[in-house]
Design a protein around this ligand. Structure first.
Ligand code: GLN
Length: 447
């Protein structure tokens, strides 16, 4: 714990943590040390973990990196935090993220941007950017993030670590600040596949407080030792041919395909004609859900209340105008428009239909193939000073990650060696729903 605390202090310029639980972490380490001596310690004893700032931990602040929740203190712990603590994990602090997990660069945070440890002039990706950097820079052992449309996988790719999101419904979201509930998932950021397995095993499983959970308890996500079985892997033809795909990413994908073939796996191109529709579908649905989820921040129940308010209406208006950042406001307004009586069918219903088509087509591919391979993101970490006049540019960063989110699939971003770029790069593998074991076992060989 002390070593990690000194790394955190040394790297404070990266802005990865919003708050460090210094005293508590040291005290817990002593208690767990005693348990280890008595052989009564849990499965995660000694594991030092950071949590994203949208995960509730009783008695600690949780702000979703938003001004509107700046001083909010959790009055209960999320199910995942309870499960991590029950196995003797040590939570070292809460990490910076994009406000309400909306973003792909961690630049939309009330606490300012996070910097990539590999190149301080670049972004770490988002929205779990602080979480990714906390692992990348050796400030903790592993991090817990959330992934709605890529927020664990894309920063893992930008930071050269492993980002894993299980099947929709595997891990409870009770006590996670909601963004878009039919997508939100808890995920892990780690340096090894084994750590992803261990953390997922501890966190997953039924929970009476989240009715969307898959009720069957998967016993183990463990890595099969006999992991040598040859796989049938599909890669998306449209992904490789995509104009604007960064050259380094393209080369890394081609090298990955060649390596997998050399190892005896079958790797074939498949056509996925909906690739151009995944981003619009994802954003229409998530904005609609976000506008509804974020209606609860009204300046009355909790969070920021404008000191300039004079009555109920001005409390709502001013608290929300002053409390939310620009990107969050944009999404609330668009989401409200999408759900409005006159446009509901044209946008929301249509996007739901599109989601079904995307899901069906994806399942069709996975009937014939074990895994789908794509780059995690169309480019490596971009510069902090890249001026984003058009938010759609940033939304397109999710082109490869949202397919798994729309279809509810488990997916992982694995770092790959690449000869043409000094920056870290990740490749993404997704599998059938509930096929975590197969996906993680294969990931182990892949690395
Ligand atoms: N970049 C995507 C978005 O802004 C993904 C975010 C996420 O997964 N939380 O919606």
């Amino acid at each position: 714990v002390k070593d990690y605390l000194s790394q955190i202090a040394l790297n404070s310029h990266l802005n990865a943590f919003v708050e460090v639980f210094e005293k508590e972490a040291v005290e817990r380490a002593i208690v767990i040390g005693e348990k280890l001596k008595n052989n009564t310690a849990g499965r995660l004893a000694g594991m030092v973990i950071s949590i994203k700032d949208n995960i509730l931990y009783k008695g600690h602040k949780a702000s979703a990196s938003s001004k509107i929740l700046e001083n909010y203190k959790a009055i209960y712990s999320s199910t995942i935090v309870e499960r991590l603590l029950a196995e003797d994990a040590i939570i070292i602090g809460r990490c910076n993220c994009d406000e309400f997990a909306m973003g792909a660069s961690n630049q939309n945070s009330y606490y300012g941007a996070v910097k990539n440890f590999a190149d301080n002039a670049r972004v770490p990706g988002g929205s779990s950017g602080g979480s990714a950097v906390s692992v990348q820079a050796g400030m903790c052992h592993a991090a817990i993030g959330t992934d709605t449309g890529g927020s664990v996988r894309q920063p893992a790719s930008f930071c050269g670590i492993i980002g894993f999101k299980p099947t929709y419904g595997r891990i409870s979201r009770h006590g996670i600040i909601a963004y878009a509930s039919s997508f939100d998932q808890v995920g892990t950021l780690t340096r090894s596949v084994e750590d992803a397995v261990l953390l997922t095993e501890v966190m997953a499983g039924p929970d009476q407080y989240d009715s969307t959970l898959i009720q069957s308890k998967a016993d183990s996500y463990g890595i099969e030792t006999a992991g040598t079985a040859k796989k049938k892997i599909a890669y998306l033809k449209e992904a490789l041919e995509r104009p604007g795909l960064d050259e380094a990413v393209k080369t890394a994908l081609e090298d990955t395909i060649a390596n997998l073939k050399a190892q005896g796996h079958t790797v074939e191109p498949v056509s996925f004609e909906y690739l151009d529709y995944v981003v619009p579908t994802y954003y229409i649905l998530t904005m609609a859900e976000a506008s509804s989820n974020l209606a609860r921040y009204d300046g009355v129940h909790y969070g920021y209340r404008s000191p300039n308010a004079t009555d109920l209406t001005s409390t709502y208006k001013l608290s929300r105008s002053e409390g939310f950042g620009k990107e969050v406001k944009r999404r609330i307004m668009l989401g409200t428009f999408i759900l409005s009586a006159g446009y509901y069918d044209a946008y929301y219903t249509k996007a739901q239909k599109m989601r079904r088509l995307i899901r069906d087509k994806t399942f069709e591919i996975l009937k014939e193939y074990d895994l789908i391979l794509t780059p995690t993101a169309p480019e490596p970490a971009f510069r902090l000073d890249r001026e984003e006049k058009d938010p759609v540019v940033s939304y397109l960063s999710d082109i490869f990650t949202v397919q798994a989110s729309l279809a509810g699939l488990p997916a992982i971003s694995l770092p790959v060696k690449n000869k043409s770029s000094k920056l870290p790069l990740g490749m993404q593998l997704s599998a059938k729903p509930l096929a975590e074991r197969e996906l993680l076992s294969f990931s182990k060989i892949f690395l």
